[in-house]
Write a protein that binds this ligand. Structure first.
Ligand code: COA
Length: 711
């Protein structure tokens, strides 16, 4: 068959440019290596191999990127031939030179394709990486054997265990990339490179046949290198199996011949692929992407034009307001920061500068970027100066009266179509909206502290919020680099309402005899980034106390958050007073058990008729996690959250829920809904029994079948 005419194999085609066969993959949006692509690539390769006219092959992609990895949506399905390792073996063993033309994000299987070719030509901005650990996986088509051989152990260990990509420029320096092509000339350069290789007729460099070196071509492998990495990752990627397997595989690249190392890698890859951790992390990947898409209830007009947001104002230059202003400046948007007086404003702007300086010290930005971002943030004490703002985000005191006053003022001075957002964590946004003449332009933008770092943004749709306002803010969230999740109004919205149930159980367990340390270590060993009481001490126990005062529970319960209230009433507000649930060393902020605190809990338990007892780690974990699951199910039934995966995206990005458990909804499915419901029923008999009514959705799913995370 002649290749001079295009031959299409569904998503992969091949054409002839002189003596060079150009294989092009077209599988939008990211050219993932689906079954059809693997099949097409193999067929095109075979055709090119058979054709005597073809002297060399270039592999490239159309669209926005070279292959960005295996098709993640196929992982849960039965595997289909050809497997990627078999396709890559054909590349490696080809007698005709193969050049990969790289651009965009060359990730996972895409990078393994590139590493299996004989040469790599790339645009300088290309990002290349093996991000499998982020999905609970290891590379499964030779990545752990190929990268150490080509780039040396240091680069390979760093890239494979972190999952972080590197630029083509830096990989050019360590020999992974053979040529950096100028913008717009990638394919032409790759074809010329291939022709040159043919002319020179040199022996083909096959990565599989290279020897691994510690630091590129000359270094040696130290005896304890891999053990040191294992220890480091046991801390950094606590609870995760894939990074440890990745180290085993990279060590095999030193110890075993290529084929054996690759075989072992595949075995461990399959173990990971079929694991609960990977299934949860893949769920997390899609949950975060689905979060940005509005459900049909929220998305009636598909192609509605969004409002332009060119100028933003933030009310309040405290920690939260300052962090929010930084988010906008980081995204290149000018921000006007409003404070009640010059002193507060100056203090707020100083605080922002200090936080940017910390980012410089950590190498995240340079001083030029710092100055540019500071220049985007201007201060004012005059509401009139907000007249041109397209969006105002209010981050003032968390009291309804203050917020209503501010919104009434904003309504007077701002353009009629300006969006007015509140950063409230708990308050009823419908009530705030009533203080304006434009409730359709009012909504919540609930940032999480520190706002310039945390990825989560709850976009809270009030009763009157119109479609355009919601869509505009959701799109803006993406510009800010946030995971934006649309939720509806209730006390605490999704995240904090669930957190209140989680905190309620932690507080009750203190009265029942568990120590703060016992509760926190139970939850960190479950996988939470921090324990609930350490978090509370860090952020200030008085904050939620004030919120409870402002919004007392409808059915008063003397046990409800009694432990936290005791702390606040004794002036133990957390780290800021060097005493809270723990005592703190003033200089180092190191927590230690507070005997005084324990005595206060014991005394209060006696007074309130709560019997103290020994409490197991399992009970602590189950009570806190089942409380989250049950409340999440209620939020779904009430329509406050529109998808279960939104709840997971919120907990993964705002509350330190372990990614390898996928979020509380996914975790419920993995535990088994029957076990969760049995647990909830058992806790009905405990000291906090009145809160343990099984959410109707859980009962329904248990009877009718179905997964909570798919609701
Ligand atoms: N398999 C299947 N679908 C994928 C995919 C993959 N490997 N990578 C991305 N997609 C899909 C996303 O789900 C999204 O689909 P949607 O538009 O229907 O929501 C679309 O491609 C675009 O992805 P998105 O993440 O929104 O775009 P982006 O430009 O911000 O980022 C990537 C692009 C490739 C950097 C990012 O998607 C990514 O990191 N993908 C995973 C890469 C990976 O882990 N590869 C190794 C797999 S083992």
């Amino acid at each position: 068959m002649s290749l001079s005419q295009n031959q299409s194999f569904a998503k992969v085609s091949v054409s002839l440019n002189g003596s060079i066969a150009v294989i092009t993959i077209a599988n939008p949006p990211v050219n993932a290596l689906s079954h059809a692509v693997r099949q097409g690539l193999l067929t095109c390769l075979n055709e090119a191999q058979k054709n005597a006219e073809v002297k060399a092959i270039v592999i490239c992609c159309s669209g926005r990127t070279f292959i960005a990895g295996a098709d993640i949506s196929e992982f849960g399905q039965p595997p289909m031939l050809p497997h990627l390792p078999d396709v890559l073996a054909q590349l490696d063993q080809s007698s005709k030179p193969i050049v990969a033309a790289l651009f965009g994000t060359v990730l996972g299987g895409g990078f393994e394709v590139a590493l299996s070719c004989h040469y790599r030509v790339a645009l300088p901005g290309t990002q290349l990486g093996l991000p499998e650990v982020n999905l609970g996986l290891i590379p499964g088509a030779g990545g752990t054997q190929l990268l150490p051989r080509l780039a040396g152990l240091d680069v390979a260990l760093q890239m494979i265990t972190s999952g972080k990509p590197q630029s083509a420029k830096s990989l050019f320096e360590c020999g992974v990339i053979d040529l950096l092509a100028p913008e717009d000339y990638l394919i032409a350069c790759a074809i010329n490179f291939a022709k040159q290789v043919v002319e020179e007729g040199k022996e083909l460099p096959r990565v599989s046949q290279m020897v691994v070196h510690a630091h590129g071509p000359k270094g040696d492998v130290s005896d304890d290198l891999f053990d040191l990495w294992r220890k480091k990752l046991a801390k950094k990627a606590r609870g995760q199996t894939a990074p440890q397997y990745a180290i085993d595989c990279i060590e095999n690249a030193v110890l075993l011949p290529f084929d054996q190392g690759k075989k072992r890698e595949r075995e461990l890859f399959i173990l990971c692929r079929d694991s609960l951790q990977s299934s949860a992390m893949r769920h997390a990947f899609f949950a975060e992407r689905r979060a940005g898409k509005l459900s049909s209830a929220h998305d009636q007009t598909k192609n509605m034009a969004l409002q332009s947001i060119n100028e933003v104002a933030v009310i309040g230059a405290g920690t939260m307001g300052g962090g929010i202003a930084m988010c906008f400046a980081n995204a290149g948007l000018p921000v006007l920061l409003l404070e009640t007086n010059q002193d507060n404003l100056a203090r707020g702007l100083d605080g922002i500068r200090q936080r940017f300086e910390q980012a410089v010290n950590r190498g995240l930005i340079n001083t030029q970027q710092l100055e540019h971002r500071m220049s985007l943030i201007q201060g004012t004490c005059e509401y009139q100066n907000l007249a041109n703002a397209d969006l105002v985000v209010e981050a003032a005191f968390e009291t309804m009266a203050v917020k209503q006053q501010i919104f009434a003022k904003l309504d007077q001075v701002c353009k009629t179509d300006a969006i007015l957002a509140t950063n409230t964590s708990y308050l009823d946004i419908n009530e705030i909206a009533k203080s304006t003449s434009r409730p359709h332009k009012v909504l919540g933008m609930h940032f999480f502290a520190p706002a310039n770092i945390m990825k989560l943004l709850e976009v809270v749709c009030a009763k009157g919020t119109d479609e355009q306002t919601l869509k505009t803010v959701m799109a803006l969230g993406k510009v800010l680099g946030k995971i934006s999740v649309a939720v509806n109004v209730c006390y605490g919205f999704v995240g904090n309402r669930m957190y209140a149930c989680y905190g309620r159980e932690a507080n009750m367990l203190l009265l029942e005899g568990a120590s703060p340390h016992q509760i926190d270590t139970a939850m960190t060993s479950f996988g939470m980034a921090m324990g609930p009481l350490a978090v509370n001490d860090m952020s200030g126990i008085d904050i939620a106390y004030k919120a409870r005062q402002e919004n007392p529970p409808t059915h008063p319960d003397p046990l409800y958050f009694r432990a936290a209230d005791l702390m606040v009433e004794a002036g133990r507000l957390g780290q800021k007073t060097s005493a809270g649930f723990y005592d703190y060393d003033t200089a180092t902020k190191t927590p230690k058990t507070s005997e005084a605190g324990l005595a206060m809990f014991a005394k209060e338990a006696l007074a309130l008729g709560v019997t103290q007892r020994d409490i197991t780690k399992e009970e602590i974990q189950n009570r806190l996690v089942f409380a989250l699951i049950n409340e999440g199910a209620r939020l779904l039934s009430e329509g406050i959250a529109t998808k279960a995966s939104d709840i997971d995206a919120i907990w993964l990005n705002g509350y330190g829920f372990p990614r390898y458990l996928g979020g509380p909804m996914c975790c419920a499915d993995q535990i088994g809904l029957a076990e969760v419901v049995d647990g909830i029923k058992a806790y009905q008999k405990g000291a906090n029994g009145l809160y343990w009514q099984v959410a109707p959705l859980l009962e329904q799913l248990l009877v009718g079948g179905g997964m909570l995370s798919q609701q």
